[in-house]
Design a protein around this ligand. Structure first.
Ligand code: KG4
Ligand code: ZN
Length: 353
């Protein structure tokens, strides 16, 4: 089964073709999902000068890029444009959450292709897409699984009892961790997006003397719920900077402590959720899952603190926004026959999981 995925929820125009088996022996089987192409046209260079994504600019760029990106994804998958209607079994498209003017470009394109090719559409939630990045390749994921999915736009812990059975355990009350990375990097004046730059600075951090050590809070880490809050951490960070006349000489130490505060909260809550819900697998996903330290520390915590629990995270290419994850989520929905007629597909900027 070949699925074309389309993703335009924020500032990446992406298209991908994935291949999954037509038939499965059982519902529990973990099929091998092969990515035949994964094309991402990023607008980071354009939005960098504004320090964040400008929705109107992003939408215009999507309009310019969407057809060339889809064309390239088909070509790289070895599918001639004229053969696409015969070969593609379904079109999976992100319908929300995200920027409405960006989402609409992907959705209208998917609707048009569905109409012209006579191929069904599958509506995919962007967060579900991030979760399904963990199912790309030959994976053997045991349920129940506890998922920490964290990016610039969302930050949540979920429990997955099977395909199409995802329940949110808790999410952020304010900022997502990725958003906090972006804002803190902006305070330090070190660039956009914040996650990758902060992690590079954090690597250069030296051991600090106890007297001058930067200490930031770990918001809600010990609360017995699965909610998050990173806005206070951002404010605490700003106060520390204001108090320190020499902060410009200590950017690596600030970056390190901030990154560690976020990791402690994400790892701590994930381990507690996994143990409470007797998870067989812990999954990590979303743009922040590109963070090397988070990957290492989450893996270590699962190994050391949980008994016989497996850990899965996406390959780096499938952490930040891409369409292979959307196509993969689409594949599992296609198996459950969850299609939506093209005239019923709607954008939902605040779509919940
Ligand atoms: O999933 P994504 O591409 O877009 C959203 O759905 O929001 O995630 C982007 C977010 C940004 O906030 C970015 O700073 C963060 O992921 N990010 C990272 C790293 N790479 C990207 N955060 C921490 N460390 C990284 N290496
Ligand atoms: Zn995303």
């Amino acid at each position: 089964m070949l699925i074309l995925g389309i993703e335009t929820s924020c500032d990446e125009t992406a298209a991908s073709v994935v291949l999954g088996p037509d038939f499965l022996r059982s519902k529990k089987e973990s099929p091998n999902i092969t990515v035949l192409s994964n094309v991402v046209s990023s607008q980071i260079e354009i939005h960098k000068k504004y320090g964040g994504v400008v929705p109107e600019v992003a939408a215009r760029e999507h309009v310019l890029n969407i057809l060339p990106v889809i064309n390239e994804a088909l070509e790289k998958a070895g599918i001639k444009r004229e053969d696409a209607p015969k070969k593609i079994d379904a079109i999976a498209v992100t319908v929300g959450p995200g920027l409405v003017t960006s989402l609409i470009v992907g959705i209208e394109t998917a609707k048009t292709l569905s109409f012209v090719w006579n191929v069904p559409i599958i509506a995919v939630n962007h967060i579900e897409g991030h979760i399904y990045a963990d199912f790309i390749g030959k994976r053997n994921i045991g349920f129940p699984a506890v998922i920490m999915t964290v990016s610039g736009g969302h930050n949540l812990l979920a429990l997955m009892r099977g395909h199409q059975k995802i329940k949110v355990l808790g999410e952020t009350l304010d900022d997502a961790a990725g958003e906090a990375f972006d804002k803190v990097a902006q305070m330090l004046g070190i660039g956009y997006p914040g996650g990758p730059v902060i992690s590079v600075y954090a690597e250069k951090s030296k051991v600090q003397s106890l007297k001058s050590k930067i200490i930031l809070p770990r918001p809600m880490m010990n609360k017995k719920n699965y909610k998050f809050s990173f806005s206070g951490l951002k404010t605490a960070f700003l106060y520390q900077l204001k108090k320190d006349k020499h902060w410009k000489k200590r950017i690596p130490e600030y970056a390190h402590e901030f990154q560690q505060a976020v990791i402690d909260v994400l790892v701590g809550k994930t381990i507690r959720a996994a143990s409470e819900h007797k998870a067989k697998t812990v999954l990590l996903s979303g743009g922040v899952a590109a963070n090397k330290q988070l990957r290492l520390q989450m893996e270590r915590a699962v190994r050391e603190k949980l008994d016989k629990v497996k850990f899965q995270m996406p390959d780096m290419a499938y952490t930040t926004d891409n369409a292979a994850m959307v196509a993969t989520a689409g594949y599992f929905k296609a198996r459950a026959k969850k299609f939506t007629p093209w005239h019923k597909i709607k954008v939902d900027a605040n779509l919940e999981l």
